[in-house]
Write a protein of this length. Structure first.
Ligand code: ADP
Length: 184
């Protein structure tokens, strides 16, 4: 595990599907689909978006241009370029505003990726913590929404065998670890 630069890891098995929390860089994680925290123009940016385009190369941006955009709360699939994944799912989380719509849109962004996973019949997916960087969603509010959406999904029949939350930095990891504990 150290060769991934992964520092901590916590796992839970739900209905035969492994849910793992890792601390590290998502472009170094092995999964059939890597989720990008994209913007609705699919225009690229900083944070995890920049890291994925840098590591994956220009074919991903070309595919994003061809698609043209993605509404907030939804996700689209492209190839994964030079990444070892089969697909990148570009999910658009909400910019946090502090109203009830935030939660619905954040949940919907995660759910759209899980739906794409079923559509493409993939076995593993790696998520970053959507909306909690530049989009300002407080981690302690975003973490339970992310984990609840994932766990509710994998309680039902699914092609997935592994769902990995890749947390960047101590505070993100800790917020997800704390949220996971409240799931019993
Ligand atoms: P958003 O615009 O949706 O907030 P960001 O990319 O700014 O997206 O941040 C989303 C989360 O991804 C943040 O918690 C940030 O710390 C994290 N992050 C940034 N770079 C990486 C990376 N290489 N791997 C995993 N997570 C990352």
């Amino acid at each position: 595990m150290m060769h991934w630069g992964i520092v901590f890891m916590s796992t839970r098995t739900i209905n035969g599907v492994t849910l793992a929390l890792l601390q590290g860089d998502i472009v170094k994680v092995q999964a059939d689909a890597i989720v990008n925290a994209a913007n609705s123009a699919l225009a690229g940016g900083g944070g995890v978006d920049g890291a994925i385009h840098r590591a994956g190369g220009p074919s991903i941006m070309q595919a994003c241009r061809d698609i043209g955009g993605c509404p907030t709360g939804s996700a689209v699939a492209t190839d994964a370029g030079r990444l070892s994944a089969k697909y990148v799912f570009h999910a658009v989380g909400p910019i946090y505003r502090g109203n009830p719509e935030d939660e619905r849109l954040l949940k919907s962004a995660y759910q759209s990726c899980l739906d794409l996973a079923e559509q493409y019949k993939i076995e593993s997916i790696a998520f970053p913590s959507l909306s909690t960087g530049i989009y300002g969603y407080p981690l302690h509010l975003a973490a339970p929404i992310a984990l609840r959406t994932i766990t509710e999904h994998i309680k039902k029949p699914t092609s997935l065998k592994q769902v990995i939350m890749v947390l960047y930095g101590d505070s993100s990891y800790q917020a997800f670890e704390d949220a996971l504990k409240t799931f019993g």
